[in-house]
Design a protein around this ligand. Structure first.
Ligand SMILES: [Zn+2]
Length: 279
């Protein structure tokens, strides 16, 4: 199969009331873990490449690895640029053949975010690529939550109308990184946004949200969920536990490392797919 876009996966999510997991690729073991999780669960997946990671690996190389995995299965897989912070970064992802891009203008003023997102949408759509934007500010765990950082439903509706985006990352109490305690999501705000916005809705900062809250969030209208921290924690824990094994060649521990990451991915994919059952 070839890569699918975010739009197809959002449609699939809406039709089946399931969440689509997006997982960030740190290295080859992470990409392999994602491919194997996809095969073993039979569920669609989004392979995420944050623009920040392009400081240490090449975009064309990671795209080639992902496309090679995609060729080997009929299960829908998307290759997604996560948190593209610059117009140029998004253009590079388009050139590398990504099927989905995020332009994150959440640090910009509303007008600047709107203007650049609209430009990105125009170019990406002309190339058949779907676009995710961010409105509100998801930020990092521990940042203060306020009306200013949370996504306003009316503003989200205006932003969608003016930009033509395919998906919107929203801030409803979710944050990146490791939460202190269980985060409280604002489901009423989510329902209000869902009622006013047609495009896909994305929950960033998924790691650490309670399983029942994930299911509730999907049932209230979330379509895509980003996971990174939970994989990062599992990978580091595995390396800590097997530190002495590194006296041996590194490749001996790489299978266990990959499997630890894969387990986190599978657990999340299966949970996100369960939202449509017994509703
Ligand atoms: Zn994020």
């Amino acid at each position: 199969m070839s890569l699918v876009g975010l739009t197809e996966l959002v449609d699939y999510s809406k039709k089946n009331c399931v969440g689509i997991g997006m997982f960030n690729i740190v290295n080859l073991e992470f990409a392999t873990a994602m491919y194997e999780a996809c095969i073993e669960t039979g569920l669609p997946i989004m392979l995420g490449v944050p623009e920040r990671f392009l400081n240490y690996y090449d975009i064309d190389v990671v795209a080639a690895i992902c496309k090679e995995y995609v060729k080997r299965t009929d299960i829908p897989m998307a290759l997604h640029l996560d948190h593209g912070k610059s117009f140029d970064g998004v253009m590079k992802a388009l050139r590398a053949g990504f099927s989905s891009v995020m332009f994150d203008g959440s640090a910009l003023s509303y007008e600047e975010n709107l203007e650049t997102t609209a430009q990105v949408v125009r170019i990406s759509h002309a190339m058949g690529v779907s676009v995710e934007a961010e409105l509100g500010y998801v930020g990092q765990a521990g940042d203060e939550l306020s009306e200013k950082t949370l996504t306003n439903p009316d503003t989200a509706a205006d932003f969608e109308k003016q930009t033509g985006i395919d998906a919107l990352a929203i801030a409803i109490g979710n944050q990146h990184g490791q939460y202190k305690g269980i985060p409280k999501l604002d489901f009423n705000r989510l329902k209000e946004i869902r009622a006013k916005v047609d495009c896909g809705l994305v929950l960033h900062g998924g790691s650490g949200i309670a399983p029942e809250d994930f299911v509730e969030a999907i049932r209230c209208g979330i379509n895509k969920i980003n996971i990174y921290t939970a994989m990062d924690v599992a990978a580091k824990e595995y390396n800590r536990d097997h530190f002495n094994d590194f006296d041996h060649y590194l490749d001996y521990t790489n299978i266990g490392f990959k499997d630890a990451v894969k387990q986190v991915i599978k657990d999340h994919m299966i949970l996100f797919a369960s939202a449509g059952k017994d509703k």
